[in-house]
Design a protein around this ligand. Structure first.
Ligand code: SF4
Length: 64
């Protein structure tokens, strides 16, 4: 599974970073989250899906 953030939609509320910090880093200066991994490790897939589900503006794009 691959994941990316649509920066036209991200509002920088940091929820994805709180849900799965192993995959989503928060940039304090830019006030946006970044994806840290190219391929999501299998044991983190559920958390990434949860983060995507909880992302209010639907900025987290899952690419399988
Ligand atoms: S949860 Fe969504 S809106 Fe919030 S920082 Fe992450 S990608 Fe951006």
């Amino acid at each position: 599974m691959k994941v990316r953030i649509d920066y036209d939609l991200c509002m920088g509320d940091r929820n994805c970073n709180k849900v799965c910090p192993e995959v989503f880093e928060y940039d304090e200066d830019q006030m946006i989250s970044r994806v840290l991994v190219d391929e999501v490790p299998e044991h983190l897939e559920k958390l990434v899906l949860k983060a995507a589900d909880e992302c209010a503006p639907k900025a987290i794009v899952i690419e399988e």
